[in-house]
Design a protein around this ligand. Sequence first.
Ligand code: MCN
Ligand code: CUN
Length: 827
Amino acid sequence: MSSHDDPLTLLDEKNGARQLADRTEYHTPAPAGTSAMVETTHEVRVTTPANVCGMGHRMKRKEDPRFIQGKGNYVDDVKLPGMLYMAIVRSPYAHAKILKIDSSAALKIPGVVAVITGEDLKNAGNLHWMPTLMSDTQMVLPIEKVVYYAQEVCVVIATDRYIAADALEHIVVDYEPLHALIDPFEALRDEVIVRDDKAEKTNHVWHWEAGDKEQTDRVFDEAAKVVKQYMYLPRIHVSSIETCGMVADFSKITGKLRLYMTSQAPHAHRTVFALVSGIPEQKIQIISPDIGGGFGGKVPVYPGYVCCAVASIVTGRPVKWIEDRSENLQADSFARDYHITAEMAADKDGHITGLRVRTVADNGAADAAANPSKFPAGLYSICTGSYDMKAAHVVVDGVYTNKPPGGVAYRCSFRVTEAVHMIERMTDIMAHELGEEPADFRLKNFIKPEQFPYKSPTGWGYDSGNYAGALNLAMEMIDYRALRQEQLEKRARGELMGIGISSFTEVVGAGPSRDYDILGIKMFDSAEIRIHPTGKAIARFGTKSQGQGHETTYAQIIAEELGLPASDVDVEEGDTDTAPYGLGTYASRSTPTAGAAAVMAARKIKAKARKIAAYLLEVGEDDLEWNVDRWQVKGSPEQAKTIQEIAFAAYTNHPQGMEAGLEATDYYDPPNLTFPFGSYICVVDIDKGTGEVKVRRFVAVDDCGNIINPMVVEGQIHGGLTMGLAPALFEEIVYDENGTNLTGTFADYLLPTAVETPKWEIGKTITPSPHHPIGAKGVGESPTVGAPPAIVNAVVDALWHLGVRHIDIPITPPKVWKLLREHGVTD
Ligand code: MCN
Ligand code: CUN
C-alpha cells in the first residue's frame, strides 16, 4: 500500500515536513500553583436571610416575567424608522467558480435599494475578507469561487423583507462546479485545494500535540492490555430560539455605527469590527439584547453581520438582517466533526496506564472555531479525564473541506465534549474487554481526592475533585447493583437492557491571561457595581447572558457580599457603551471570571464602606466587623451602619478627603481554570423489532463547587442534559456527495421533544474550587459534555454480549436495527 492509501501515514509525512514545529508553541499550560485539597459536602451553603437572598437561595429568575409573557426584547424586535431589510443570495454548490453575477433584473424591482457583491466590498477597502477568531481568513462575499454549500454570494437591500427575499431569485449567478471535498481524509490528499487563495497549497491547516510521546510509547510497550477504537463525532448544530441577526444603524451625522446584534461577546466583536473596518472603536456600539439562546453559535462573526453593517453605512439608513431557520442550519458555525482514533493501555491489575489519541478535525472551509488562540483543538487535551494514568499523547490535525467554517458551537467547553466522549467510551471498552464491572473499574482508576491539586499527563492542573463521591451517589440514587441484577435476568429472557456511566471532568473559566486570549485579547472578565444614595445598585458585566439567568445570579453574588437585597441590584450586560470590557459568555466562563469579578468589586466597595462606617460611628476601622449587611462594632452589635446607611453617607456625609460615591470595577484574571465534574448513569431498553433506544432512567450527579442559585443550576442541568440526549440519539448534519446539506430544516434535522426526553433525576455534591473567591465552578455545559457517552455506553452495554463494541452517534433506530440483524438478532 502506498502511503497515499493511508491518510494517517500521509499526515505523518506532512507533519514530518513541518518538523512538528507547532508542538512546543501549542503545549497545554502548566498547572497554576493554587491550593490544597478541599472537602466535599452535600448541602448548599446559605448564609444570608431570605430578604437578602444571597448565595444558595432558590430565587426565581428576575428575567422570567418578561420571557414567559412574551415581552423579551430580541434583535428581531428592534424596529427603527426608515429601516431597510437585507436578504442573502446563497450558493447552491459546495465548491464552484463564480463566472458572473448579474443583478440588473433585481435592481429594477420597485423597493430594491441596492445589491452588494464581493467586488463592491473589495472596492470599499478590501472588506471582502475578514479574520476569523482563530486568526485564519474567511470570505465575507466571494469574488472568484464559493467554498461551501449555502455560502453567502451577495446581498440584496430592500424596503421590505418580502421584497428583499423575492429579489433573490432575480439575481443570476453563473457557476462552474468544482469537485467538492466532503471527506477530510480525501482532502488530505491535496488533489483538490479548498483554499487556493493561500500561499501553501494544502488542505492540512494545522497540527497540534500535547503530552509526552516517548513516555506514552514506553507505557504502551509495557502494557498488559491495549484497546483501540475509531470513533466519529458528526457535525451538529445548535438550535437557538432566535436565529442570528443584526440591525445596523449608521449615523452620517455623528459617524456612530450602532449594531444590535445576536452576540455572545459584544466587546470582542466591537474590537474586531473596529480593527477590520478602521472605524474608531468609540464610534461603534454593539448592543446584544435578549438573543434567545446562544449555545456557542453566537460567538463567531458571520458574513451576514459584516454585510448588514456595510449596507447601513452605504445607504445611510438602518438595515435589518435576520436569518431564517434553514440559513441558520446550513451556514452557521457547527460543532464536532472529529475523527478520533484512540488507544488505551492498562497494566495486569487493570489500572489504566496510558492514552494515545490521533484526531482529524474537519474545519470546513476556514478555521473559524471559537477557541483561545493557543489552542487550535480547544481544551481537547483534557482527554485523560477523571483517571489517573502515567502518560498520554494527543495529536490533532486540522483540515479544510468544502463545508461551512466554524467548530466548537454546541455547549461544548472548547472541545471538551469530544475529549469526554472519547475517554468515557475508551474506559468502558477497556472495562468490558478486561471483564471488569464498569463502575468498579472507574472507582479503581479515578484520581483520588488526596491527589488534588492534580497535574494531568497533558499538563493540566485540576483544582479540586471527588470523583468517587459523585459516582457513589449516582449509584446509590439509581440503585445500581439492583439494576445489574435486573439486566442479567432480562438478558436471560432475551431482552436488551443496558446501563451506561459517564464520569466526566470538565474544564471551564478561560482563562488565566498567560495562556488564554482570543485574537490577542486576554480572556479576563469584568464587573462594575454602582450603589446609589438610596442603597439601590446597578451592576454591569463584560459577559452576556443568553438565557443562563445572569440578571438573577450576579445580583445574588453581590447580595451575598454586601447584604444588599438581590432584588435591589439590577444587572445589565450586552451594551458596549456602558458595560466594562469583557470577553463574553461561552465555555461556562461567566461564573469563574465575571462572577469572581463581581465578588472582587463588591469587596472593594466593602472596604470603602468600612472607612465610612468607622467615620460615622467614630471608631477605628479595626474595631469593626462585618455582619451580613452591615459594619458593626466588635462586641457591641447595636452600634452598626447598614450598607444602605453607608451608601447614603457616601453621597451626603463622607469623610473629608475621601472621594464621594460608592462604586467599584474589577477586571478579574483567574489564577487557574475551574474543573467541575460529575457522574451520570443511564439505563436504556432497546426494541429488537424497531431498533429504537428508549432512555428509561437517567441520574445525573453534578459538582460545580459552591452553588449560587440551586434552581438556576438545576435548570442549566435539565436543559444541558436534553442537549446531550440530542446528539446521542437524533441530531446530525448530513451532506450528500456534492456537499449539499440534506438537513436544512427541522423536518430533517431532528431535535428531541418533550416526548423523547426522559425525566432527569438530579443529584449533587459540592467540592469548592480552592482558587475562586467564592469557591464556585462553571456548570452551563457540564451536562451536554457528560451525557452523550453515558447514553452510548448504555447502548453498547446492552449489546456487548452480542459482539457489539462501539456505535457512533447519533444512535438512530435504523443503525441499531441493522446492527442487531448483523449480530443475528431477528425479532
Ligand atoms: N451558576 C450557579 N452556581 C454555580 C455555577 C453557575 O448558580 N456554581 C449559575 C450562574 O450564575 C449562571 C448559570 O448557572 O446563572 C450558568 O453559569 P456558568 O456555568 O458560569 O455558565 P455561563 O453563564 O458562562 O453560561 C455559558 C454556558 C454555555 S457556554 C452555553 S453554550 C450555554 C449554557 O451556558 N448556553 C445556554 N447554558 C445555556 N442556557 C440557556 N438558557 N441558553 C443558552 O444559550
Ligand atoms: Cu462551546 S458552546 Mo458555549 O461555549 O457558548
